[in-house]
Design a binder for this molecule. Structure first.
Ligand code: ADP
Ligand code: MG
Length: 395
C-alpha cells in the first residue's frame, strides 16, 4: 500500500519546533478532525470495526455498537471473538499456512447474530498493514452489513417475477430437450445393435466408434440438463435422512472426473475418518458441492490443483474446497452470491446463489476467502446431526 503524506504528517515532522501554544492548537485541531470523522462514521449504515491482531476492538462505529451490543467503555479492551465466538473461525484462516502471505486477502461470510437481537449480517474482513493499526502488528478492518431485510427480499425475489419466470422458462426448455434426447438415445442404441450384426470390416468399426462418441455426448447433455433442472427449481430440502458428506463428495467427483482430467487438474482429497453425519438433503448437498467444485475447476488453469478437506468440531461438520486459481477481486467478492453475477462469458451466475440458498435451508454457513491471483477457499459448515439431537435432549 502506498504511504500518503497528510498535513498532519508534515506537522508531525516539525514537532520539535512547535511551542506549547502551537502544540495546543494542533491537538485541538486533531481532536476536531477526529470528532468530525467519528460523526461521519457514525452516520454510516454499515458497522465498521477495527481490531488488532488478537481481536481486541480498537474502534467501533455507532452501527457496529448497535449490531453487536458493544458499549463505548469496552472499546480498547473487549475481544470481538468473546462477543461472537463463531468469528474465531473467520480469523483462523489467517493463521493457517495455506496462504501464508496475507496482504490483499479478503473474507466474506454471512453470520447470524443472536445477541443483542437476532439479525443476519454479512461480514467483510480485510487485513490492515502496520501503518494503519497504530503500531501493533497488523490487524483487521471489518465491515458488517445488516442483511436481515435483504435476505427476506432475496427470498421473495427468487419466488416472484423476473427470476422465477426466467427459471420457469429455462426449466421448461430444458425439460423439452429431454424428449428429443431420449429419441436420439434410442436410435443410437438401434444403430449400435445393427452394426453388431454387420460383417466385420474397417468401415463398420469406424461407424461403431462414431456412434459410440455420439452416445457419449448424448449422455453428457442428459447430465447437463439434469443438473440444470436441479438448479433452477428451488425445492425445500428433504431433511428426513442423515448424510455422510464423503459419500456425496465421492458421487460428485465421479460426475466431474472426466472434466477434471481433461483440464489436467489435480485433486487432493483429505478426509477425516468417522466424520459425524449431518441432517441433509442428499441431492441438494451434491448440488452445493457440484457448483463449488465446478467453479473452482473453472477458475483454475491447466495443471492447477484443488484441495478438499473435511473436519468437524463439537457442533459442525466442515468441508473446504480450495483452488489455486485466479481468485476473486475485492470488488467482485461482495457480488458472488448475487443472482446473475458472473465473470464468465458462458456463465449464468446462479450457481452460488443456489449454494447459498441450500446452505441456509440446512442451517449451515458458507464462507469464501480469496486472494486475486492466488486462489480461493470456500468453507462450508453443517450442523452435526447428533448436535441437534443433543440440543433436543437438553431442551
Ligand atoms: P457462474 O459460475 O455461472 O459464473 P456462479 O454463481 O457459480 O456463476 O459464480 C459467480 C461468480 O463468482 C463467477 O463468475 C466467478 O467470478 C466467481 N467465483 C465463484 N467461485 C470462484 C472461484 N473458486 N474462483 C474464482 N472465482 C469464483
Ligand atoms: Mg458456477
Amino acid at each position: 500500500m502506498k504511504k500518503r503524506t497528510s498535513a498532519l504528517d508534515k506537522i508531525l515532522g516539525r514537532l520539535d519546533d512547535l511551542d506549547s501554544v502551537n502544540l495546543t492548537n494542533l491537538v485541538q485541531r486533531l481532536a476536531r478532525e477526529r470528532r468530525l470523522l467519528e460523526t461521519v462514521f457514525d452516520t454510516i449504515q454499515d458497522g465498521i470495526l477495527v481490531l488488532d491482531q488478537s481481536g481486541i476492538i480498537q474502534y467501533s462505529n455507532f452501527t457496529a455498537n448497535r449490531l453487536l451490543g458493544i458499549r463505548d467503555h469496552q472499546i480498547g479492551s473487549l475481544t470481538l471473538w468473546k462477543l461472537i465466538p463463531d468469528l474465531i473461525q473467520a480469523l483462523d484462516i489467517y493463521y493457517t499456512d495455506r496462504m501464508p502471505d496475507q496482504q490483499d486477502r479478503v473474507i466474506s461470510q454471512e453470520l447470524e447474530l443472536t445477541y443483542p437481537e437476532k439479525r443476519f449480517v454479512r461480514l467483510y474482513m480485510v487485513p490492515l498493514d502496520e501503518t494503519f493499526s497504530s503500531g501493533s502488528e497488523g490487524g483487521f478492518a471489518m465491515v458488517l452489513s445488516d442483511i436481515t431485510e435483504e435476505k427476506v427480499s432475496t427470498q421473495e425475489m427468487i419466488e416472484n417475477e423476473r427470476v422465477s419466470s426466467i427459471m420457469n422458462l429455462s426449466a421448461g426448455v430444458a425439460h423439452e430437450l429431454g424428449n428429443p434426447l431420449n429419441s436420439l438415445n434410442i436410435h443410437l442404441q438401434l444403430m449400435e445393435r445393427q452394426l453388431q450384426k454387420m460383417k466385420p470390416s474397417p468401415d463398420r468399426d469406424k461407424l461403431a466408434a462414431q456412434v459410440s462418441i455420439c452416445k457419449g455426448e448424448v449422455d453428457r447433455l442428459d447430465h447437463i440438463i439434469e443438473h440444470f433442472l436441479d438448479a433452477v427449481r428451488p425445492q425445500p430440502p428433504d431433511l428426513g435422512g442423515e448424510l455422510d458428506i464423503h459419500e456425496a463428495l465421492a458421487e460428485v467427483l465421479k460426475v466431474l472426473e472426466g472434466e477434471l482430467q481433461n483440464r489436467g487438474i489435480e485433486i487432493d482429497v483429505e478426509v477425516t475418518p468417522n466424520l459425524p453425519s449431518i441432517i441433509a438433503d442428499r441431492n441438494q448437498i451434491k448440488q452445493v458441492l457440484f457448483n463449488i467444485i465446478k467453479n473452482a475447476m473453472e477458475a483454475t488453469p491447466k495443471g492447477g490443483r484443488l484441495e478438499m478437506r473435511t473436519t468437524h468440531d463439537e457442533e459442525y461438520v466442515q468441508m473446504i474446497v480450495a483452488d489455486n486459481g485466479q481468485g476473486i477481486s475485492q470488488d467482485d467478492m461482495s457480488k458472488v452470491f448475487t443472482p446473475y453475477f458472473t465473470t464468465k462469458s458462458d456463465g449464468h451466475g446462479l450457481g452460488m446463489m443456489i449454494v447459498q440458498r441450500i446452505m441456509r435451508d440446512h442451517g449451515g454457513q458458507i464462507r469464501i476467502d480469496s486472494r486475486e491471483g492466488t486462489g480461493t477457499t470456500v468453507s462450508l459448515r453443517f450442523p452435526r446431526k447428533d448436535r441437534r439431537a443433543r440440543l433436543l435432549e437438553t431442551d
